[in-house]
Design a protein around this ligand. Structure first.
Ligand SMILES: CC(C)(COP(=O)(O)OP(=O)(O)OC[C@H]1O[C@@H](n2cnc3c(N)ncnc32)[C@H](O)[C@@H]1OP(=O)(O)O)[C@@H](O)C(=O)NCCC(=O)NCCS
Length: 153
């Protein structure tokens, strides 16, 4: 775990994209491209955040918040920094922004085989609401998950 205050969470900027893409490419077989992240930075409903550890980007989350629903589009931590509470800190910031925007629930989709991510989300209070069979390009199912933002302010 990092001591409180040693992880700085702030909005993602264009200057972060080289580091973000390196983490993305190390984490996924079908990584998001530069344009995806650039789009997140310019959309009025998107709130991409980075976690900065000792001056370097160590993880990020992309949140989209529209009316009562906020969606976690992705959350990634650099492989060598996992297991130290960085994703949890990113989710806490994302949830705080979603509440500011008056969202009532946070939702997400996750690959059914992604045990690390499902464990993170369940630990954070998400519960399973459904399944989208063969949702991904390689025909893997998506789990749908949701967390209420009411009552835990
Ligand atoms: C999923 C991911 C973001 C977790 O990041 P992380 O910084 O290691 O997670 P944290 O250290 O904040 O863990 C928070 C909680 O999640 C759970 N968790 C996270 N990783 C876990 C793992 N490998 N095994 C079991 N539980 C895990 C734990 O319950 C943990 O709580 P605890 O420490 O109080 O027990 C990271 O593994 C990752 O980047 N994976 C690849 C990208 C990905 O699949 N993203 C999700 C889909 S977009």
């Amino acid at each position: 775990m990092f001591a409180p205050g040693t992880v700085d969470i702030r909005p993602m900027t264009k200057a972060d994209l080289e580091s973000v893409l390196a983490i993305e490419q190390a984490s996924f077989s079908r990584p998001w491209r530069y344009e995806h992240f650039l789009h997140e930075q310019s959309s009025p409903h998107s709130f991409p955040l980075v976690a900065v550890i000792e001056g370097a980007v160590g993880g990020y989350v992309c949140l989209m918040s529209l009316f009562e629903e906020a969606q976690i589009l992705n959350i990634v931590v650099a492989p060598h920094l996992r297991g130290r509470g960085i994703a949890r800190a990113l989710l806490e910031h994302a949830a705080a922004i979603a509440r500011e925007k008056h969202a009532e629930i946070m939702t997400l989709e996750v690959r059914a085989s992604n045990r690390d991510a499902i464990a993170l989300y369940e630990r954070f209070g998400f519960f399973r609401t459904g399944i989208r069979p063969k949702y991904y390009e390689d025909a893997e199912d998506a789990l749908l998950m949701e967390k209420s933002l009411q009552g835990d302010r």
